[in-house]
Design a binder for this molecule. Structure first.
Ligand SMILES: Nc1ncnc2c1ncn2[C@@H]1O[C@H](COP(=O)(O)OP(=O)(O)OP(=O)(O)O)[C@@H](O)[C@H]1O
Length: 474
């Protein structure tokens, strides 16, 4: 059963203008039923159109040409003069090429004849809606970047950050929030892609739920069953009907995680779903309308997968209508202190302890580390440290141990992968004295001038390093 949802689609109003009441009714029904377009107003008296537009909220007009009072072409001129941001599609009873050309020249987005197939007109309207949505994404983005502010800061509260690149991510998320197009979230494992997907849902203001599905490891049948659901008796064992995740996400957001792992067979199904906006529950021959915004995420390099023939190019383009890239933690080290603080608070609450103080050197130490596991790794380190912590100030030992362990793993994998010759490309080879200088400079750079830290990296004492630095300067 199709539920009634109050979220209007699209986010702006569509005004149908025609003096034929029967045509207005049938066009409205067609758009509602075949494309889920619900944000519709109708007007049978063309003289009222400009007043309605002045009230605001309309983004697209479907306009008849031959009307008593004020003709469609005159209206088209007035709209072009006073409301350039509103798109107009002409739907006329006249099948005349010259009239169509004239209307397009006057700024109409498209021209249809009433006898055109309804499907054709609906596709044209959907195309205009998407174009308008992209325009408002771009306008919104421009405004937000200029103002440097967020409209819904509360939607990003779960994401602790002070870095400008993340602020740009938040601004982009706000700009694409109202669009009905898919959003692709990329970034290394553990950077916070799922949190960004949640923010996309929250900012969108959709009243339905956010439904998450991890598609990695789903074979094609499980993918179809999970997303589309099934009718009773659709297959052996289907004793009762089951609503799919698309239906559960009605009026909300469907979040598909690990999309890079989707099988080629399931990719075809997802593409069809996004193109048609409909799907068939298993065992059913009656299509259902998808009424959910799709957000997908992956840590994989999708363009590379497309190159290798492992991911469909058409699906990739469809998915990245809006693309959010979350940078790795090592590229936004300014976030480390705020994340540390957030996780210390969470961990202290979880273990029922007082929030410990942070040793001064800890953030500096952490900022020299590459965090291959990103924010998730930092969170794990903090929780581990707090679980064993007893004194007033947090001990650095468990952090240092975790970082060393990771370095050893990296070293081992470098050895295993033939990376045991770091000087292989250097010609001529630096002398031992020269390499010592280079090493010291690199360590001081990584430690941001902190000698204690640099000495620890080099495996010597701080006084020994200080002596060498003095020698270098002399
Ligand atoms: N900026 C942040 N502020 C607070 N917590 C964060 C932040 N970024 C990530 N986290 C936390 O780090 C962990 C990993 O985040 P998340 O699951 O969103 O990453 P992901 O990119 O989706 O990872 P994967 O690719 O493995 O699915 C979660 O516990 C999340 O709450």
């Amino acid at each position: 059963m199709i539920k009634i949802d109050n979220t209007p689609y699209p986010s702006f109003g569509i005004l149908l203008v025609d003096d034929e009441l029967a045509w207005l009714r049938s066009l409205r029904l067609t758009l509602e039923r075949s494309a889920g377009i619900s944000n519709i107003r109708t007007c049978a008296d063309s003289r009222q159109v400009m007043d309605i537009l002045d009230e605001g909220g309309i983004g697209l007009i479907l306009l008849d040409l031959t009307m008593p009072g004020l003709g469609g072409e005159e209206l088209l001129t007035l709209i072009g003069e006073q409301h350039q941001d509103i798109q107009v599609i002409v739907i006329s009873g006249l099948n005349q090429l010259e009239t169509a050309v004239r209307c397009i020249k006057q700024g109409a987005f498209d021209y249809f004849v009433k006898t055109d197939a309804q499907e054709h007109i609906t596709k044209g309207v959907l195309h205009a809606i998407r174009t308008r949505e992209m325009q408002s994404v771009n306008d919104g983005m421009r405004q937000r970047i200029l103002s440097g502010e967020l409209e819904n800061p509360e939607a990003f509260e779960d994401i602790a950050s002070v870095s400008p690149t993340m602020l740009a991510v938040f601004q982009y998320v706000e700009a694409v929030a109202a669009s009905s197009q898919p959003v692709l979230v990329t970034g290394e494992s553990g950077v916070g892609k799922e949190l960004v997907a949640k923010a996309v849902h929250q900012v969108s203001g959709r009243k339905g739920p956010l439904v998450s599905v991890n598609v990695a490891g789903l074979d094609d049948t499980s993918f179809s069953d999970t997303l589309f659901g099934h009718k009773r008796g659709a297959f052996t064992g289907a004793a009762t009907a089951r609503a799919g995740m698309i239906e559960q996400a009605y009026g909300g957001t469907l979040f598909l995680d690990e999309i890079g792992d989707l099988s080629l067979q399931s990719q075809v199904k997802l593409l069809r779903l996004l193109q048609e906006g409909e799907y068939f529950p298993l065992g059913s021959d009656r299509p259902k309308l998808m009424q959910a915004r799709v957000v997908v995420a992956t840590h994989q390099d999708l363009p590379e997968k497309v190159q290798r023939g492992e991911f469909r190019k058409d699906l990739f383009y469809r998915l990245c209508a809006h693309h959010v890239h979350v940078p790795p933690l090592r590229e936004r080290k300014a976030d480390i202190p705020v994340l540390l603080d957030r996780f210390l608070e969470e961990a202290a609450a979880e273990f029922g302890k007082r929030k410990p103080a942070i040793p001064k050197e800890l953030p500096v130490h952490l900022s020299t580390y590459a965090f291959p596991g990103n924010v998730r790794e930092l969170r794990g380190m903090v929780f581990d440290a707090v679980s064993t912590h007893k004194a007033k100030v947090l001990s650095m030992q468990s952090f240092l141990k975790a970082m060393r362990r990771e370095h050893e793993l990296v070293d081992e994998s470098a050895l295993a992968g033939g990376g045991a010759r770091p000087f292989a490309g250097l010609e001529p080879l630096p002398t031992i004295a020269e390499s010592t200088v280079l090493l010291i400079e690199e360590a001081m750079e990584r430690a941001k001038g902190n000698q204690t830290l640099a000495a620890r990296m080099l495996g010597i004492s701080q006084p020994a390093l200080s002596k060498r630095l003095k020698q270098l300067k002399s």
